[in-house]
Design a protein around this ligand. Structure first.
Ligand code: UDP
Length: 248
C-alpha cells in the first residue's frame, strides 16, 4: 500500500513518556511507542520526532515560583535531551536506525542539529530525534515541532495525544456535550482557544500552511493508519477540501 505521506514530523509530549506516572520515563511506554513507529519505516515513510520534556521539567511552574525565566526554560530544553536519549535507545533496541540531534550543542551525546544532515539521515531511513526544542528559551517543543516541520519540509505534523483522540469543541473529559471535529481550520482553532498546541506554534503552522493531525497514540495502529491515509483524529489545515501532500 502506498503511504499518503512521504515525510512526517511526529510530536510526542514528555508527559506521555511517564506512562502511569510512577517514573519519569517508562520503559513500557518507550517500547510501545517504538512498536507504533516501526511500521512507518516499513512503508518507506521518513520520520522525524520532536519530543517534549514536561515529564521532567517545565519552565512555567518554576518561573511562577520565582526562577529566572531563561534559566528555567534551558532546564526544560535539557529535559528533552534526556527523553531523546531514552527514545533513541528504545527505537534502536526495537531494530530501527536513529540519530539524535540537539538544538543545544552536546557533542558527546548527540549530533548538533543541521538541517541538511537531518534530511540526509531521513533519506537513509534513520529516525531523526530532534531534541532541545527550538534551542531558545520562552518557546515550547510545540513550536520546535512546527519550526522543524517547516524547515525539513514535512508533509504533516502528527500531534500525538494521550487520553484524547482528536480536537473537541470543549474538553471531553469534563463536558459531555463536547463534539469531535474531523477537520478544523487553523483560524477556527485559534479563535475558539482550543488547547491543541500553544498559539505561537499554531499561528506558525497557519502562516506556513503546515497540516496538523491530532490523534491518540493510545490506540494501537493509529500512526500507521494515518500514514496510509485513513481518517484518524482531527485534521487542522486551511480548508477541509485541501488534501495534505501525498507521497510518490
Ligand atoms: N523549552 C524552551 N524552548 C523550546 C522548547 C522547550 O524553552 O524551544 C522549555 C520550556 O520551558 C518548556 C520545557 O522546555 O516548558 C519543556 O518543553 P514542553 O513544555 O514543550 O514539553 P511537553 O509539554 O511537550 O512535554
Amino acid at each position: 500500500m502506498q503511504p499518503r505521506y512521504k515525510r512526517v514530523l511526529l510530536k510526542l509530549s514528555g508527559e506521555a513518556l511517564a506512562g502511569d506516572g510512577k517514573t519519569n520515563i517508562s520503559p513500557d511506554v518507550l517500547n510501545y511507542m517504538s512498536a507504533e513507529i516501526k511500521p512507518l519505516l516499513a512503508h518507506g515513510v521518513q520520520v522525524a520526532i520532536v519530543l517534549g520534556g514536561g515529564n521532567i521539567w517545565r519552565g512555567g511552574p518554576a518561573i511562577k515560583a520565582g526562577m529566572e525565566p531563561p534559566q528555567a526554560h534551558y532546564m526544560g530544553m535539557l529535559a528533552t535531551i534526556i527523553n531523546a536519549l531514552a527514545l533513541q535507545d528504545a527505537l534502536e533496541r526495537n531494530g530501527m536506525q536513529t540519530r539524535a540531534m540537539t538544538a543545544i550543542k552536546m557533542d558527546e551525546v548527540a549530533e548538533s542539529y543541521i538541517r541538511r544532515r537531518a534530511v540526509r539521515h531521513m533519506e537513509k531511513g534513520r529516525v531523526v530525534i530532534l531534541a532541545a526544542g527550538t534551542g531558545n528559551p520562552y518557546f515550547t517543543t510545540d513550536s520546535g515541532a512546527a519550526l522543524r516541520a517547516a524547515e525539513l519540509d514535512a508533509d504533516v505534523i502528527l500531534m500525538a495525544k494521550n487520553r484524547v483522540d482528536g480536537v473537541y469543541s470543549a474538553d471531553p473529559r469534563t463536558d459531555p456535550k463536547a463534539t469531535k471535529f474531523d477537520h478544523i481550520t487553523y483560524l477556527d482553532a485559534l479563535t475558539r482557544g482550543l488547547t491543541i498546541m500553544d498559539s505561537t506554534a499554531l499561528t506558525f503552522c497557519m502562516d506556513n500552511n503546515l497540516p496538523i493531525i491530532v490523534f491518540s497514540l493510545d490506540t494501537p495502529g493509529n500512526l500507521e493508519r494515518i500514514v496510509l491515509g485513513e481518517q484518524v483524529g482531527t485534521l487542522i489545515s486551511k480548508a477541509n477540501t485541501e488534501a495534505p501532500a501525498t507521497a510518490g
